[in-house]
Design a protein around this ligand. Structure first.
Ligand code: PEP
Length: 259
């Protein structure tokens, strides 16, 4: 790790009503200390229906937990039934918008062009995009994990300036490790994060690449976070299943204390 502030993001996926979300945030906040916040920025990505409640509890109790959306419309407004626009998310106090999660690519047919449009939509509303990239098992087995993932990064960032890119977050999430209990080895995850940072140097500049935070995601738990965080180019984690338990997520945020 470097001058980059660590970032731990809990992706709740399709879990928690707005009532459960309030209880969760209170439990998480109760467990986090000043030291934890000094070491890492902590964020949760609730379902859309819980964002207003999360905003209310965080504002009312002046909590230092940040939050964002799991998805964002590529459009600012209009006849797009079921979608939620960046302006609406910004008004709810969101800091982050996740784009390109493999579950959206897989189950909702989102391709690189749409991911890029969503990323641009987030930027235009001053939301920080978390761009998720990563390879499937067949792609890894064929030896193409790095080229595939770097290509996703390039496509996702098409048209993005160096100034905009410097504030972004990239999440490397090998699909075969998401929700499966299979974790990339710290060395493999670190190597991919290094390749992604090298691609950012090429696309922009060394200074820009140094500023971008790169997260690892895929079956992160308190028991494996420390070795992942020991990798130079890994600045945090995007955590699915293990983030649903505030106690476990707080332990992940406190990674240096884990074995
Ligand atoms: C995710 O949803 O982004 C994820 C990494 O899930 P899990 O931690 O459950 O593998």
């Amino acid at each position: 790790m470097s001058e980059r502030m660590a970032l731990m993001v809990g992706n709740w996926k399709l879990h928690f009503t707005h009532i459960e979300a309030i209880a969760y945030v209170q439990k998480l906040a109760f467990r986090l200390t000043d030291d934890d916040y000094a070491r890492a920025e902590v964020a949760v990505l609730p379902p859309f229906t819980a964002l207003r409640s999360v905003q209310t509890i965080i504002d009312a109790d002046r909590l230092r937990i940040r939050y964002g959306s799991q998805d964002i419309s590529a459009h600012p407004s209009g006849p797009y039934t079921g979608e939620v626009a960046g302006g609406m998310l910004a008004k709810l106090g969101c800091t982050f918008a996740l784009v390109g999660h493999s579950e959206r690519r897989q189950h909702h047919g989102e391709d690189d062009a749409l991911v890029n449009a969503k990323l641009q939509a987030a930027l235009s509303c001053r939301l920080t995009p978390i761009l998720a990239v990563g390879e499937s098992l067949p792609v890894r087995q064929a030896g193409n994990a790095i080229s595939h993932t770097v290509n996703q990064l390039r496509a996702g960032l098409a048209g993005v300036s160096a100034e905009q890119a410097a504030d972004m977050v990239i999440a490397y999430e090998p699909i075969w490790a998401i929700g499966t209990g299979e974790v990339a080895t710290p060395a493999d995850a670190g190597q991919m994060a290094g390749e992604l940072r090298a691609a950012l140097v090429e696309l922009y500049s060394a200074a820009c690449a140094r500023a971008v935070r790169i997260l690892y995601g895929g079956s992160v738990k308190a028991s494996n976070i420390r070795s992942l965080m020991a990798q130079d180019d890994i600045d945090g984690a995007l955590v699915g299943g293990a983030s649903l338990d505030p106690e476990e997520f707080a332990r992940i945020v406190r990674w240096p204390a884990q074995s």
